[in-house]
Design a binder for this molecule. Structure first.
Ligand SMILES: Cc1cc2nc3c(=O)[nH]c(=O)nc-3n(C[C@H](O)[C@H](O)[C@H](O)COP(=O)(O)OP(=O)(O)OC[C@H]3O[C@@H](n4cnc5c(N)ncnc54)[C@H](O)[C@@H]3O)c2cc1C
Length: 589
């Protein structure tokens, strides 16, 4: 099914398909195969701190480069590294896993549609082709010290005199890209009894656990009740990850497993528990209702309006809106209810006075608020878009070049570009009201067509812009956002010197001159929700909605093209082909 806005309704589905295919593919190919080159000579040494933790030092031959430390090798960190000119900085990367993983295909790993190794790429391979010897440490950062500009790390292996694997890395610039963890809302029993679906290891554990549940249920001398319990699969959370996993599981059980476990197949149940009114609530209503109907047809039970309050080893307790508790015996449960803050980020936020926030607040240039030379991006951060109303007097003064105390339309038009760049909500507001520019808005606010000939006082200017901040948008925690942020920040780092001398950003409203860089702008290329049975829902830019088999092919082509290397692309495509021909493997390894 392809649903499109009226203005495009004379185009064919195939045209739309190829248009979207080409747009998305071109974007990702350009995005991932941007390379830089250069060189640098350096020597490294290690010394010991008072506490026995090693201090990683670098002594470079001239010219001395600034120390840039990157925490994390996920979407944001890897995209940053891929686009960075490594010859310009002394770069060190710290991450507990030495690979990048393509998270959108994790649900496919849970049931063996795609193998785990097909969606990971060693980070050393990614940085090997970069210039300037980027160093990688497989360790976890457990403390950030912004006062002394150090990060404290711990490796699994005992590498120092105390044998505790601790070491300290100094930085001039710090890029925090540590992602987030699954949010359990402190629900008792979740950590002990539920699976998460965040890392490759999680997906592998789920795959094993599904097979174990089937084998357990198939054993002799089991009561019917026990068999049913073992075959009750529960997914808590009706967001894209939970729904995609439910769909994968359904396909696996009905297409591959039913023939192998004929005695118990009829007892298998999949239940999705969702606190809200609908599943996939972040998508268009048409997608939500299609998904709900499809799941109903497939026999996947969707329990909306239920909040899980406790998980024991055999039962999930949930409560509906009237506070009535229900117990659901289960065999295996996957918890996927959104993201929370990592402890190391939480304690860093407490240190820098951001304890009341959900994620690290940055400005539109990814700089952590209140800190010099510390940047945060991806799921661990959120951009705090400055409001027009916070700066309205400053904007008025900047525009009022002749200091007359009033603004002419010409004066407004002269700074309009800078205002729209600094405050993108202004542009969004104009678009949402179908207005051409600020002059239309001013006329509209005054209800006077001839206003363009008059001059505006500060009060009139304030009134005209009073509503624009309602359009401030928060970016979703997605790979698309994280990757674009990583690329943006790397390009800023590459042009740091050039833009210091010749700032390219919008006019500073509170201060003199221009901002060094253009602020980050997110471009949405669309999102997918695979629903199983070779059907996918796609929400593409421009209000395009596509649901069904055609968008499944779009999904295949986009996800193949998005792969981080030709090796993983080849592996993923061969996994899909293998699955088409031979089905999924159900061995319990
Ligand atoms: C199952 C699943 C499916 C998804 N599907 C999609 C999708 O289809 N489309 C989409 O746009 N998004 C999708 N997402 C969301 C997307 O994966 C995240 O938004 C994205 O990974 C965020 O990137 P990030 O770099 O901020 O964090 P991550 O990619 O999580 O990377 C964090 C990095 O930090 C490292 N790290 C963690 N702790 C430390 C520490 N203490 N010190 C140093 N390093 C540390 C980690 O090892 C990792 O390398 C999906 C997520 C999941 C879990």
């Amino acid at each position: 099914m392809f649903i499109c806005p009226k203005k495009y309704s004379n185009q064919t589905n195939m045209h739309v398909f190829f248009h979207s295919f080409i747009c998305v593919n071109v974007f990702w190919c350009v995005h991932y195969f941007d390379g830089y080159s250069g060189g640098g000579v350096m020597a490294y040494s290690e010394s010991q701190s008072d506490h026995g933790a090693s201090i990683v030092e670098s002594s470079e031959t001239a010219p001395k480069r600034k120390k840039l430390v990157v925490l994390g090798t996920g979407w944001a960190g890897t995209s940053f590294l891929k686009n960075l000119d490594g010859s310009l900085y002394d770069v060190q990367v710290v991450s507990p896993r030495n690979y990048f993983s393509f998270t959108p295909l994790l649900p496919s790993v849970t049931c063996g549609t795609v193998e785990a190794r097909s969606i990971v790429e060693p980070i050393r391979k990614i940085i090997k082709n970069k210039t300037g010897e980027i160093r990688f440490w497989e360790a976890e950062c457990f403390k950030i010290d912004p006062v002394n500009k150090k990060v404290h790390c711990q490796a699994n292996a005992g590498t120092n005199l105390n044998g505790n694997g601790e070491f300290v890395v100094d930085y001039d610039y710090l890029v925090i890209a540590m992602g987030a963890r699954t949010n359990t809302f402190n629900t008792p029993g979740v950590v002990e009894h539920c699976h998460f679906l965040k890392e490759v290891e999680d997906a592998q554990k789920i795959r094993k656990s599904v097979i174990e549940s089937l084998e357990k249920a198939n054993l002799p001398n089991l009561s019917e009740e026990e068999r049913k319990r073992n075959l009750q699969f529960v997914i808590v959370g009706g967001g894209p990850t939970g729904i995609e996993f439910a769909a994968e599981l359904h396909d696996f059980l009905s297409e591959d497993v039913s023939k192998l476990y004929p005695n118990i197949h009829d007892l298998v149940r999949i239940t999705v528990i969702q606190a809200g009114e609908h599943i996939l609530s972040m998508f268009d209503k048409r997608i939500t209702s299609f998904a709900e109907q499809k799941f109903k047809r497939d026999g996947i039970e969707v329990k909306t309006g239920y909040r899980v309050t406790n998980v024991s080893d055999k039962t999930i307790t949930m409560m509906d809106r009237s506070k009535t508790a229900t117990d659901l015996p289960y065999g295996m449960a996957v918890w996927s209810t959104g993201i929370g803050t990592r402890p190391v980020i939480r304690s860093f936020m407490e240190q820098i006075g951001q304890a009341d926030r959900r994620a690290l607040a940055t400005d539109e240039w990814m700089r952590v608020q209140g800190l010099d030379n510390v940047y945060a991006l991806g799921d661990c951060a959120t951009i705090h878009q400055r409001k027009v109303m916070e700066d309205i007097s400053a904007i008025f003064s900047v525009a009022d070049k002749d200091n007359s105390g009033t603004l002419t339309v010409k004066e407004i038009q002269d700074v309009l570009g800078d205002i729209c760049e600094r405050y993108p909500q202004v542009e969004l507001y104009l678009k949402s009201r179908a207005m051409g520019d600020l002059v239309d808005l001013l006329n509209d606010a005054q209800g006077d067509e001839k206003k363009k000939d008059k001059e505006l006082s500060i009060e009139e200017f304030k009134n005209a812009l009073a509503q624009v901040d309602s359009q401030v948008k928060f970016l979703p925690a997605t790979a698309q956002v994280a990757a674009q942020q990583g690329e943006y920040l790397a390009k800023c780092f590459n042009r740091m010197k050039e833009c210091e001398a010749k700032p390219e950003g919008p006019l500073r409203m509170r201060g003199a001159g221009r901002h060094q860089f253009h602020p980050f702008r997110y471009k949405h290329f669309g999102s997918f929700a695979p629903l199983g049975g070779e059907q996918t829902a796609a929400e593409l830019p421009g209000d395009w909605i596509s649901i069904g088999h055609s968008s499944q092919w779009l999904w295949y082509s986009v996800y193949a093209s998005k792969q981080v290397s030709w090796r993983t692309r080849a592996l993923v495509i061969s996994d899909w082909t293998r699955r088409f021909i031979f089905g999924r493997d159900s061995s319990g390894i």
